[in-house]
Design a protein around this ligand. Structure first.
Ligand SMILES: Cc1cc2nc3c(=O)[nH]c(=O)nc-3n(C[C@H](O)[C@H](O)[C@H](O)COP(=O)(O)OP(=O)(O)OC[C@H]3O[C@@H](n4cnc5c(N)ncnc54)[C@H](O)[C@@H]3O)c2cc1C
Length: 455
């Protein structure tokens, strides 16, 4: 856990995302007390404070997005259900969508169905099981494409201001993982002696302090999961009293102000299910020639920029930022690294085209260095590291290394960026440039050259 959080911090530094990383139990306690004087959680050995994290009023935000789309001429037709797809001439492409309002001819279909994705996936005859190449390089066949998890969430009925920081400001979302034994704040009984976690924040929509705990696996096959009625209306997937006891006790474990407050837990149905991919990471990709699937694997608001990227991809060229989310990553075994950095939105230069430049086996430092500048150059690179002599890449069968001189790498990289610029994709080229400027000396040199060439 500690190493993972440290790695996230390193990646955040690399992309200029402001955060503070605190290591050590004493130091972590002091840091948290500087935010909340009543902080008392035990066995916390590191803290990652993401300075730009936050929370939105969900409904208001989604309504705002709908207003923006409508203002741009989009017609939102609510209450129409998709029941199937038609393809003409026996081909793969979809020619019409079958709906409760009749068949609608379509040039392009974009699917963003949240937890209903499994049903739409089936309607599109996409594979229920896939092959996934593991970290060990072994192929695992028959892996279920979709599985469900039940999100356990609830609200404590206090004033949202109850959770302000020492200096009276709105706090960050608190997310705690610990292996300290958790005892009930209600009756003192041991709830768990294993690793557990929770998150919470003030919430003006739910009017209280709202949050959750670790999601539970829904063991059933995805096809047997009843997604409807959805959310709190579901008789199956709402949280139980066990959750209420666990979560309110966990709140009290973290901050003294929550001790003895379990009776304020809102006894109302809450929670819901999410539909997840094999690596719980989104899939944004094109299928059946003209169907674009946006399956966010329950990542929610942090994926808010994806619509624009997908639109850009449909109207112009493939977007490098979307490369880590391609479906092909499962067969290529390239889904294990770099994802946090990429999905936080700044590392377009790390991957090109269809994710063919992913670096699954490279050591972390080499990955970071590659992301910082050169990996876009070399299709098929599977491992790489920098030496004084240049960039050493493994680009053929495993073990076949070659060295590319720094000068060659820079020249090639510069040419590629300029080509993109001229190929009318200035957004991406510019993006790369900005990203490069912030990074390693090689990157800065590259940025300077590109700027000179396109000036
Ligand atoms: C309990 C819970 C708490 C969460 N909390 C947070 C949070 O705090 N922050 C956060 O960022 N994310 C959160 N998420 C995740 C977030 O809700 C999802 O990631 C997000 O809503 C996915 O957005 P989407 O647009 O892809 O799909 P959705 O928002 O699910 O929208 C899919 C739409 O497709 C429609 N649809 C489905 N099937 C059909 C069909 N056959 N025909 C026509 N229409 C159809 C549905 O009616 C729905 O309107 C939470 C999820 C759950 C379950």
């Amino acid at each position: 856990m500690h190493a993972q959080v440290g790695s996230i911090y390193e990646q955040q530094k690399l992309i200029g995302y402001e955060s503070v990383f605190v290591e050590g139990e004493r130091e972590s306690l002091d840091y948290m007390k500087s935010l909340f004087s009543d902080w008392q959680a035990r066995n916390i050995t590191s803290v990652l404070h993401e300075k730009r994290g936050g929370y939105a009023n969900n409904l208001a935000a989604v309504r705002g997005l709908a207003r923006k789309a409508t203002a741009l001429g989009v017609e939102i037709v609510a209450g129409v259900e998709v029941n199937g797809f038609q393809s003409s001439n026996g081909g793969g492409a979809i020619s019409a969508v079958e709906t409760s309002a009749g068949a609608i001819g379509s040039e392009y279909v974009i699917v963003a169905a949240g937890p209903w994705i499994n049903a739409i996936w089936n309607m599109l005859d996409l594979p229920k099981t896939i092959s996934v190449k593991g970290r060990d390089g072994k192929m695992h066949s028959d892996v279920r494409m979709w599985h469900y998890m039940a999100l356990q969430e609830g609200t404590l009925g206090v004033d949202p201001d109850f959770q302000k920081t020492n200096d009276g400001r709105m706090p960050p979302v608190i997310h705690v993982d610990t292996d300290a034994p958790l005892h009930s704040d209600r009756d003192g009984k041991l709830i768990t002696g294993k690793l557990w976690g929770l998150y919470y924040k003030p919430d003006f929509h739910f009017n209280g302090v709202q949050g959750g705990a670790m999601p539970g696996n829904v063991e059933r096959d995805a096809d047997d999961v009843r997604v409807d009625p959805y959310g709190p209306k579901s008789p199956e997937f709402v949280v139980t009293d066990n959750f209420a006891d666990m979560w309110t006790s966990a709140l009290a474990f973290c901050q003294k102000r929550f001790e003895g407050k379990h009776a304020l837990y809102r006894q109302e149905p809450s929670g819901g299910i999410g539909c997840f991919t094999p690596d719980s990471f989104p899939v944004f990709d094109r299928f059946r020639e003209n169907v674009y699937v946006i399956a966010d694997s329950n990542h929610g608001f942090k994926m808010i920029g994806v619509g624009e990227l997908v639109a850009g991809e449909l109207l112009a060229t493939r977007r490098a930022l979307l490369a880590p989310f391609r479906f092909s990553r499962y067969a290529a075994g390239s889904f294990t690294r770099h994802r946090t950095v990429l999905f936080r939105g700044a590392d377009a230069d790390g991957l090109d085209g269809d994710g063919s430049c992913i670096v699954p086996r490279a050591p972390r430092r080499a990955c970071a260095a590659l992301r910082a500048s050169e990996v876009m150059l070399f299709d098929g690179v599977t491992a790489a590291h920098f030496t004084d002599g240049g960039l050493v890449v493994e680009s053929g069968p495993p073990g076949s290394f070659s060295t590319i001189r720094k000068e060659t790498a820079l020249a090639h990289s510069c040419r590629r960026l300029c080509e993109r610029w001229r190929a009318n994709d200035p957004d991406e080229a510019l993006f790369d440039l900005i990203a490069h400027r912030r990074r390693a000396p090689w990157s800065r040199e590259l940025a300077a050259r590109v700027a000179q060439s396109i000036a």
